[in-house]
Design a binder for this molecule. Structure first.
Ligand code: BES
Ligand code: ZN
Ligand code: ZN
Length: 488
């Protein structure tokens, strides 16, 4: 999709559809208010009204979209309103849309423009790769024109360009996560990562099964044992600030399908488990975004890729496994596999790259979905300032995170009687302080780095549509981390 920016009186602008955003009460613009007079449109949130051949307006169609009450406007409401305009245009089988950029006192023009770009690019996304019946496919938008009443500022242009790059990477992550698991088995997924990394001048290193055996990455190898397809460990390196010693590691869970292993999942839980590599996909999306935006940060991205299957030779509940870092692990439940592969990935990155900050992303627990649903991810870590910065980026981007605690009592819960640590918390009742038990396990591998763990099991994949987040993958984390990295 192309985004054009134009400074022009909206009445003189020729377009298939010109969308105007209006607030409830319609106090902003007398001219617009006069067009609405006598029509069933109040400017309420989610309201839309389409008019044809409006006098003194050059555009063919005028589309009014409500923003709700003026003093309750948020950037998220703007993203959603923009999505509604996009959706309307697509339902008319049209492929271009012009937007009159609203001026809202409490937000800068840069912020407003970014929100519109979010709503348009994320809202245009559909996953229709496997659909062959043309009538089922909606056309993609070819272009969006942002219309400004004031003179165009360079800062607005670059804000839109940046946001476009970020959102395109979110959509790239959505494609990866929505893909059939068979189309992203570790070897294939790793090759694809290498290709996009090369294209964006991000360094990419791939370890295969032989390397892992040599290095003793038995946590990853253990999870992989029940699968037909060998695992991979992919490391990305981006040095945007070579003068600095600071290094942030972003680590993702890359289970390309989670059947649960021998603790096999049942109906109702297994169907969406192709999403279990969303953490890894987000790491790729974030590093590519950083390279595109030329962020002045040194970043290490790392992700272990494997299926978690109950096939021949699968690891068994009760097995004890020695990790790459030497810590021994009791595999109390083979379905708590995410923390196992993260343990070895983090262990490897800590030893070989010595990052001072570690952020990991994982669709780790069903319990975080019980606690927070799809409205926010959970964050747990050892550094409150780091988590606060991530939360702030979350509020800005609406990819929100909510902090959960980790206490010594939780650390007690992952102690094992036959190994150094076990991959479950207290009680065989699955879910007992679930997200925290997961974090208490991962914490053993982070050394003295500042660390934040994001449990994205509820936010990576929607089971229903919410505005620009269609059913399926959301790309959660790319916009959040791009914002975090820019601000920190
Ligand atoms: N991949 C799942 C978690 C998950 C659930 C992701 C729902 C996305 C949506 C994870 O590997 C898992 O199975 N976790 C177990 C852990 C338990 C056995 C300690 C869970 O949450 O039930
Ligand atoms: Zn699992
Ligand atoms: Zn899993």
């Amino acid at each position: 999709m192309e985004i054009r920016l134009v400074s022009r009186d909206f009445r003189k602008h020729d377009a298939e559809v010109l969308a105007c955003f209006l607030t409830e009460g319609l106090s902003t613009d007398k001219y617009e208010a006069s067009l609405i007079k006598g029509k069933d449109f109040k400017g309420k949130q989610d309201e839309i009204l389409l008019l044809y051949d409006v006098k003194d307006v050059k555009a063919k169609r005028l589309l009014f979209v409500g923003l709700g009450k003026q003093n309750e406007i948020t950037l998220e409401k703007l993203r959603r309103a923009c999505f509604l305009a996009v959706d309307k245009v697509k339902s008319l089988n049209l492929t271009s849309l012009s937007l009159k950029v609203p001026e809202i006192k409490k937000f800068s023009l840069e912020e407003i423009s970014r929100a519109l770009a979010d709503g348009a690019i994320l809202g245009d996304y559909t996953f229709d790769k496997y659909i062959t019946m043309q009538e089922q496919k909606k056309p993609k938008l070819k272009n969006i024109t942002l219309l400004y009443e004031t003179k165009l500022k360079d800062s607005v242009k670059s804000a839109v360009n940046e946001e476009k790059a970020v959102c395109e990477n979110s959509n790239f992550v959505r494609d990866l996560v929505n893909e059939n698991s068979l189309d992203k088995i570790p070897a294939k997924f790793a090759e694809l990562i290498k290709k996009v990394a090369r294209k964006n001048r991000v360094k990419c290193k791939i370890l295969d099964e032989k390397d892992m055996k040599r290095l003793g990455m038995n946590l990853i190898l253990g999870v992989n044992r029940g699968s037909k397809y060998p695992p991979r460990l992919v490391i990305l390196e981006y040095y945007g600030n070579p003068k600095s010693k600071d290094k942030t590691a972003i680590i993702g869970k890359g289970i390309t399908f989670d059947a649960g292993g021998l603790n096999i999942k049942t109906t109702g839980y297994i169907e969406t488990m192709k999403q279990d590599m969303a953490g890894a996909a987000t790491v790729v999306g974030t590093l590519i975004t950083a390279a595109k935006l030329k962020l002045k940060k040194n970043l290490i991205g790392a992700m272990a890729l494997t299926e978690n299957m109950p096939g021949e030779g699968a690891q068994k509940p009760g097995d004890v496994v020695k990790s790459y870092s030497g810590i021994t692990v009791e595999v109390a439940n083979t379905d708590a596999e995410g923390r196992l592969i993260l343990g070895d990935t983090i262990g490897y990155v800590v030893k070989n790259y010595k990052p001072n900050v570690i952020i990991d992303l994982a669709t780790l627990t069903g319990a975080v979905v019980v606690a927070l649903g799809d409205a926010s991810a959970g964050v747990i870590g050892n550094d409150n300032q780091l988590m606060k910065k991530i939360s702030e980026a979350g509020e800005k981007t609406y990819e929100r995170v909510w902090q959960l605690p980790i206490y010594d009592e939780h650390r007690e819960d992952v102690k094992s009687e036959i190994a150094d640590v076990k991959n479950m918390g207290f009680s065989t009742r699955i879910g007992y302080a679930g997200p925290i038990a997961g974090a208490a396990f991962i914490e053993k591998f982070v050394g003295d780095a500042k660390w934040a763990h994001l449990d994205i099991a509820g936010t990576a994949f929607m089971e229903r549509q919410r505005y620009y987040l269609k059913k399926g993958a959301t790309g959660f984390g790319v916009r959040l981390l791009a914002e975090f990295l820019k601000a920190s």
